[in-house]
Design a protein around this ligand. Structure first.
Ligand SMILES: Cc1cc2nc3c(=O)[nH]c(=O)nc-3n(C[C@H](O)[C@H](O)[C@H](O)COP(=O)(O)OP(=O)(O)OC[C@H]3O[C@@H](n4cnc5c(N)ncnc54)[C@H](O)[C@@H]3O)c2cc1C
Length: 402
């Protein structure tokens, strides 16, 4: 008998689950995504600063699915509801039945409503369109500087990044690095562009180790990034950021990486959720007490074995997806399954150009070019896997059309 698995969301978690499930010939898989591409958010910092191109951060999902030789169908549609009883997913166009469902819909930028003007006046990076718009603004600014067009009548041009977590820090470092490179060719004109990294916490990278925090801080300072911690943004208008302590900062544009909330599908799912709408699952990542419905990645709250909440990362999305794919296999075979034990194997922070800081397995600590090479190797392995599938999908498509 064949088993039908539906995966909602072609992000890090969704794709990893499919890679594992597609190894089994008795499983038919359908991937649903509201976008036609897989967005490599972990590389967004380089795209925004103009170091990577769009083909390096977006992968066509249809071709990727074709790489599995008719084993995986792709639907470019938005999922709008799940019927637990009847085991169906509704999209904007149709209804699909499933034996097993994996919800892997990720998260979106949380433009906090308590910060007046935040949504209207800032960009996010969790969405390719917003990242693209920000990149255009950044390139436009550099171009104007090259043309010697005066902006803000010769004053400093401040680019603000709200949120000094992993993504905010990486974006700040890469932009500062690009400005440093441009200052060699554009001279003093580029130096007028200043980067501000702002966070309400009393530290950058809250929750990370002192090794990562102190070395990241040193690198950011060397790149000339202005770090504002314990800085509560109260409101923003088109030109000014207003802080709770009464201070103000004139800015040119702002990117907000200060928080996430689960994707909007979660709001429609009947299931317990936390304050950022992440689904609350049981120890085997099942939701709504349904043994055949799972959630992985950023859309679900994941804790380690000590009950500590883990930050939403691609690494945890992939680990939870591998676990769920293996658990589905066990359920199909009628074998017993074990609870998910989430752990973080390591963390690498890209800090502009060929510099990074990282830690692996809690005791390997690296910084500088070595850390950069290790981070690059991890990214390259991921990228290569995607491309091997894409190449196979491309060939299969040509065969189909002959
Ligand atoms: C700048 C930046 C840097 C980062 N750096 C790192 C890093 O160095 N290391 C790391 O581990 N993590 C990093 N992260 C975090 C990482 O990108 C996320 O944790 C990861 O993307 C989560 O994977 P996911 O599969 O849960 O969701 P996503 O990758 O967000 O994928 C979700 C998918 O679901 C689709 N979807 C959503 N709703 C629907 C719907 N209703 N119907 C159909 N499809 C839907 C979306 O289109 C998307 O394709 C970074 C994030 C950013 C923004």
């Amino acid at each position: 008998m064949r088993t039908k698995v539906v995966v909602i969301g072609g992000g890090y978690g969704g794709l990893r689950a499919i890679e594992f499930l597609a190894k089994h010939n008795d499983v038919d898989i359908t991937l649903i995504d509201k976008n036609p591409y897989h967005y490599l958010q972990t590389e967004a910092y380089g795209y925004i600063a103009g170091r990577f191109d769009i083909h390096e951060i977006a992968i066509d999902l249809d071709k990727w699915c074709r790489g599995f030789k008719n084993r995986v169908d792709f639907l470019y549609e938005k999922a709008t509801a799940v019927d637990y009883e009847n085991q169906t997913v509704t999209t904007e166009k149709q209804q699909l039945s499933f034996d097993y469902l994996i919800v892997a819909t990720g998260a979106q930028t949380n433009f906090f409503s308590f910060i007046e003007g935040l949504r209207e006046n800032s960009y996010g990076v969790k969405n390719l369109m917003r990242a693209y718009n920000f990149r255009k603004e950044f390139e436009n600014l550099i171009y104007k500087k090259l043309q010697n067009e005066e902006i803000n009548s010769g004053e400093d041009i401040n680019l603000a990044i709200g949120g000094a977590g992993l993504s905010g820090v990486e974006v700040a470092a890469e932009m500062a690095h690009v400005i440093e490179i441009y200052s060699k060719t554009l001279g003093e004109r580029a130096k007028k562009i200043k980067i501000y990294l702002i966070d309400a916490s009393d530290t950058i990278l809250p929750g990370m180790s002192s090794y990562i925090i102190s070395n990241t801080k040193k690198r950011l300072e060397k790149l000339g990034v202005n770090i504002l911690t314990s800085a509560f943004i109260e409101k923003l208008d088109k030109t000014t950021i207003y802080f709770k302590n009464g201070e103000q900062l004139k800015y040119h544009f702002m990117i907000f990486t200060g928080g996430i909330k689960a994707s909007s599908l979660n709001t429609k799912l009947e299931c317990e959720k936390n304050r950022i709408d992440q689904l609350i699952a049981d120890g085997e990542l099942n939701i709504h007490n349904s043994k055949n419905i799972f959630a992985v990645g950023d859309c679900v709250e994941i804790k380690d074995m000590h009950g500590k909440l883990l930050p939403p990362t691609a690494q945890i999305a992939e680990k939870s997806a591998e676990y769920v794919a293996n658990t589905i296999r066990k359920r199909i075979d009628g074998r017993a399954s074990q609870p998910f034990h989430a752990d973080v194997s390591g963390i690498f922070v890209a800090l502009g150009g060929t510099y990074a800081v990282g830690e692996m397995f809690g005791f390997v600590k690296v910084k500088g070019y070595t850390a950069y090479l290790l981070k690059k190797a991890i990214t390259y392995a991921y990228f290569l896997g995607l491309h091997l599938r894409i190449n196979a999908g491309y060939k299969n498509r040509i065969k189909d059309t002959l």
